[in-house]
Design a protein around this ligand. Structure first.
Ligand code: NAP
Length: 247
């Protein structure tokens, strides 16, 4: 895959989908900045693994929902590399409960981790990439942000918000050659979906036309495409990676 830029920051990338995105983008020759919040050992292992395959990687700790930390991290990246070509807003959490039992704190915590962090990242990307008149941002939303789900009013609001917000950023970034797109994964094998009870998993698989949960690599390749030159005329788009569960 062809990339005009040279480096990428992936939030929440010490494990799961984010870690696979880092592996994939490094394999295409980008220097990847691996962001972790709480587990440095995972981030270091990933960095060593990427480097052992000849890739370029660096580790950076920050909480993506804290503005000062996110902005300071971007400063470190710019001081090191002189540029930020690409950003993937991947950090996310779930706190699932039926709405009747959901506290405002449960709601706010998910909005902050998923939507607020994405806003901060997109806004800062617009500033940095605006100056260089080049950049591409991919936000990892979710099928739940497109169709809602029982027990996930907070998560659905955060991911639906990311989709609408990305389109607004796409309008604001276009004149400066900065693209903003979303990927909406369906059910992907990860720690997040490992928490689901087996009977729930079975129920979901019955409704997935491709009859399986996706792999993190399915998401990572979609992200790579949306960052790359191959999608240079695509902005404000939502690319579903869900096995046909929601068309
Ligand atoms: P995961 O395995 O739980 O990984 C989530 C990552 O995000 C963790 O590394 C976590 O770091 C990090 N993170 C959370 N809050 C953060 C914050 N405030 N600042 C920095 N890092 C933070 O989840 P995943 O399944 O890979 O999910 C990745 C993304 O895909 C999420 O946005 C999720 O909503 C989305 N998604 C996943 C699925 C799925 O089926 N798995 C489907 C649709 C969408 P710590 O461990 O340090 O907290």
């Amino acid at each position: 895959m062809k990339f005009q830029g040279s480096n990428v920051l992936i939030t929440g990338s010490s494990k799961g989908i984010g870690a696979q995105i880092a592996q994939t983008l490094a394999s295409y020759g980008l220097k990847v900045w691996i962001n972790y919040r709480s587990k440095p050992e995972l981030a270091d292992t990933l960095k060593n693994d990427i480097e052992s395959k000849g890739g370029k990687a660096a580790v950076i700790k920050f909480d993506a929902s804290v503005e000062e930390e996110f902005v300071a991290a971007l400063k470190v990246i710019l001081e090191s590399d002189g540029t930020l070509s690409y950003l993937v807003n991947n950090a996310g959490i779930t706190i699932d409960k039926l709405a009747l039992r959901m506290s405002v704190t449960d709601f706010e915590d998910v909005i902050n981790a998923n939507l607020k962090s994405c806003f901060i990242g997109c806004r800062e990307a617009l500033k940095i990439m605006g100056k260089q008149r080049f950049g591409s941002v991919v936000n990892i939303a979710s099928i739940i942000g497109e169709r809602g789900n029982m027990g996930q009013t907070n998560y659905a609001a955060s991911k639906g918000g990311m989709i609408a917000m990305s389109k607004s950023f796409a309008y604001e970034g276009a004149a400066r050659n900065i693209r903003f797109n979303c990927v909406t994964p369906g059910f992907i094998k990860s720690d997040m979906t490992d928490e689901l009870k087996p009977e729930i998993v079975e129920g979901y698989i019955k409704n997935i036309p491709l009859a399986r949960f996706g792999e993190a690599s399915d998401v990572a390749q979609a992200v790579a495409f949306l960052l790359s030159e191959h999608s240079s005329y695509i902005t404000g788009e939502v690319l579903k990676v869900n096995g046909g569960l929601y068309m």
